[in-house]
Design a protein around this ligand. Structure first.
Ligand code: GAR
Length: 196
């Protein structure tokens, strides 16, 4: 399975996926490209160090559809079959979602459907939640919606700040994302077996 990963920043989830593919923990797969919409995304160097092709495709004041069409073309040129959003901080246009039906997944740092959107940890702490976590889900046209593949819970402690909570959740995100991709691969190979 050829995987394309989209990032906007640090790229720690991207690194977790690239390393799990490289070690064979995610079997029979290749990360074909890492694409960032930001030229200064720290994740770009991390991907390049690991031998993965990187591309910067900035929006540059274009319409969302035009920007997305360029990304879709880059993914198609490389034969990408599964698109993983890893800290990609843009809403995808219907054009993008329809180009990869049920083949785009995202990780979000809350227990969706609770707390979609931005400033998640601030809102979770302000609401006095005792539990938060992360969710990997299929991407549909609505923000942080789409069927859930996997979730992992993380406790919220008294005295947590957005930073401490975010770090505790991020530790769980990496393994959760790898497990979710393995789950998709297993489902696809079962479908293949049933078809044969
Ligand atoms: C992660 O916490 C991810 O869940 C979040 O951005 C961070 C990216 O970190 N994504 C979202 O909030 C998407 N709605 P990373 O660049 O180190 O993977």
């Amino acid at each position: 399975m050829k995987i394309g990963i989209l990032i906007s920043g640090r790229g720690s989830n991207m690194v977790a996926l690239v390393e799990a593919v490289g070690s064979g923990e995610i079997p029979g797969s290749e990360v074909a490209v890492v694409i960032s919409d930001k030229a200064d995304a720290a994740g770009l160097a991390k991907a390049a160090e690991r031998g993965v092709e990187t591309l910067v495709i900035e929006r540059n004041g274009r319409k969302r559809e035009e920007h997305d069409a360029e990304i879709v073309a880059a993914l198609n040129d490389r034969g990408v079959e599964l698109v993983c959003l890893a800290g990609y901080m843009r809403l995808l246009s219907p054009l993008f979602v329809q180009a990869f039906p049920d083949r785009i997944i995202n990780i979000h740092p809350s227990l969706l459907p609770a707390y979609p959107g931005l400033n998640v940890h601030e809102r979770v702490i302000a609401a006095g939640e005792k539990t938060s976590g992360c969710t990997v889900h299929f991407v549909h046209e609505d923000l942080d919606a789409g069927p859930i593949i996997l979730q992992r819970e993380v406790p919220v402690f008294d005295g947590d700040t957005p930073e401490t909570l975010s770090a505790r959740i991020l530790e769980q995100e990496h393994g959760t994302y790898v497990e979710a991709v393995k789950k998709i691969l297993a489902t696809k190979s079962n479908e293949q077996t049933e078809r044969n």
